[in-house]
Design a protein. Structure first.
Length: 164
């Protein structure tokens, strides 16, 4: 294992739901928690060293609105939040900067928002994990441990089960 705003796009952030509150990082690598913010099922697509890939996860917010202001990882030279849109038959992305996270749930998924990693330091092989740090204001830093899925994956390999 390795350590390591566009109006139309912001509509993706309108997914609300009930979540529970917690205050420490879960021992399960599929959930990280701080001050009512939970990162659930983080995953990343396999990619070659020097290349780019996308990270996805569910961000659950049980307490008060926060902003995702920064992302970083030792696994890549750059990390940024992107919006993903289809222009006809072409997929395009655009950096959106800080993202408001309302109380409820925000999904980073292949059809909306993602974290893009550029300049990967090593190959990301299926089954490995990387570390990625998300900074929330207020709230602080939270470390997610995305598992590497196949390059063509559309969801985490065991998506759909609960981590309550």
């Amino acid at each position: 294992m390795r350590t390591g705003q566009l109006l139309g796009l912001m509509m993706c952030a309108a997914l609300f739901g009930n979540v529970s509150n917690a205050s420490a990082e879960d021992h399960d690598s599929h959930v990280a928690v701080i001050d009512g913010i939970r990162l659930v099922h983080p995953w990343v697509r396999a990619a070659d060293a020097g290349g780019s890939t996308l990270v996805f996860m569910d961000i659950e917010n049980a307490d008060k609105p926060v902003r995702l202001t920064h992302v970083r990882t030792g696994a890549a030279e750059r990390a940024e939040v992107l919006g993903i849109v289809m222009n006809g038959t072409e997929l395009s992305t655009a950096a959106i900067g800080a993202v408001d996270i309302p109380v409820g749930e925000l999904q980073l998924d292949p059809g909306g928002l993602a974290i893009k990693l550029d300049g990967l330091s090593d190959e990301l092989a299926v089954g490995e994990e990387i570390d990625i740090v998300l900074t929330f204001e207020p709230g602080g830093e939270l470390i997610a441990h995305p598992e590497v899925e196949p390059a063509d994956a559309r969801e985490h390999h065991h998506a759909g089960h609960s981590h309550n």
